[in-house]
Design a protein around this ligand. Structure first.
Ligand code: FE2
Length: 422
């Protein structure tokens, strides 16, 4: 007997409906009219079924801490970093864990079943590292959490930055992070990239650096990251996150940079919600958008995925951890509202994210993990427009979250209409 049978699912942009059979945590068959008996059977009535959303870039140690100890009045990245520095000594393991677990339940309700989160390693006690390792393990049946050792204050700028980062990796953090543009000099930034990539190469780990999160067109640490990736044979395992200075770089320079990035198999993570808010803050008018050049990177064959980055923390006061909200902002801010571009943005919060994180068993084919989300929509484009209810969220063949359909009842002159915006 099957564990779960999903009837009448619409997958891809398919005109035909299929059934999805799940057993022992895997999808075992995808075909029309599967008749096998199942412990649980759901008729999803032609609604769109997608593999889970993936958040490629998040900060779970800071999430839901907005207002602690004070609000970010200027709204800038630098004031956010300052507030985080003020908050760090007062953080407690209980508080960090409670907020992280709460965020996980928000993520699951929104169908995000994989999150790559950075965790600050410049606190000498590594308290948040230990807490998020616990959260990762406690939540592993429900959500894949990948931790990045993130030296918020810089490995060279912060005392003992390198050894703290190595200690975090020794404790089980998955990925090597960095923040070269925050080091004291351009040269220190370059050096930090070299040191960190060598650590990753030696330990066989992936790399994901906060890189060039600045409006300074001369912030070009992505060039060093690409070079070190090539030099150390890390192709496909390295991610440049944020890369906002690329917006302001000279076109000639970018025409040299992008082919090098493609050649090195770089992954890029763009964070449209947060960087539309944080970048351009030193500008009068016009104000720059400060997002990496996503359409051009994609045209070069570079894998680009999207991240939420922050939810209600010192850097961003909004959010519910809805990756469709992130993609929706991307559609506007990146000028990607064309039909194919909308499909690409949906992929950037699903399959491209899975590639960035190196997830295995991701997809809707027989043999893949039985992880998927049923949306109150019929297509990727409708999902992007509506940010619809996640009717069912399935993990390893079990429904772990349900949301009722959303529908308004409009009464006009005694006639009742049901409105779901479709
Ligand atoms: Fe970030």
């Amino acid at each position: 007997m099957l564990d779960l049978l999903v009837k009448n699912a619409r997958i891809d942009s398919g005109k035909y409906l299929v059934d999805i059979a799940c057993q022992d945590g895997k999808i075992i068959e995808v075909a029309p009219c599967i008749e096998s008996k199942a412990a649980e059977s759901i008729d999803v009535q032609g609604h769109f079924v997608t593999p889970p959303f993936v958040d490629s870039h998040f900060h779970m140690d800071a999430t839901l801490s907005m207002g602690m100890p004070r609000l970010n009045r200027s709204g800038t990245l630098l004031e956010g970093i300052k507030i985080w520095g003020e908050l760090k000594p007062d953080l407690t393991p209980e508080g960090v864990k409670k907020r992280a677990l709460k965020l996980c339940s928000w993520a699951i309700a929104k169908g995000n079943l994989a999150i790559r989160t950075h965790v600050d390693t410049t606190d000498p006690t590594l308290m948040a590292v230990d807490v998020l390792l616990e959260v990762r393990d406690e939540m592993k049946d429900f959500i894949d959490i990948q931790l990045v050792a993130f030296p918020q204050d810089g490995i060279l700028r912060c005392k003992d930055g390198v050894s703290l980062l190595k200690r975090a990796l020794d404790r089980g953090v998955d990925v090597v992070g960095g923040i070269p543009h925050f080091e004291r000099t351009m040269e220190d930034g370059r050096k930090s990239v070299e040191i960190l990539c060598e650590i990753a190469a030696k330990r066989g780990l992936m790399v994901d650096m906060h890189c060039d999160e600045s409006d300074d067109p001369h912030s070009r640490h992505i060039e060093s990251l690409t070079y070190q990736t090539q030099r150390l044979g890390l192709q496909g395992r390295v991610t440049g996150s944020h890369l906002t200075s690329m917006h302001s770089m000279d076109n000639y320079y970018v025409s040299k940079l992008l082919p090098l990035m493609a050649e090195a198999g770089m992954n890029c993570v763009c964070n449209p919600l947060v960087n539309m808010n944080l970048q351009g803050r030193h500008d009068t008018y016009p104000k720059r958008r400060g997002l990496m050049r996503v359409p051009e990177l994609l045209a070069m064959g570079v894998n680009v995925s999207l991240g939420h980055d922050d939810v209600m923390d010192p850097w961003y006061p909004m959010g519910t951890h809805d990756m469709l909200e992130v993609a929706h902002m991307g559609a506007h801010a990146l000028h990607m509202t064309g039909v194919d571009q909308q499909h690409t943005l949906f992929d950037a919060v699903t399959v491209n994210g899975a590639k960035t994180l190196g997830l295995s068993g991701y997809g809707l084919n027989p043999g893949d993990n039985a992880d998927f989300v049923v949306l109150q929509a019929e297509s990727k484009m409708e999902a992007l427009r509506l940010h619809p209810a996640r009717l069912f969220v399935v993990r390893r063949g079990a429904v772990i979250s349900r949301t009722p359909s959303v529908e308004a009842t409009v009464t006009l002159n005694g006639s009742v209409q049901r409105v779901d915006f479709r």
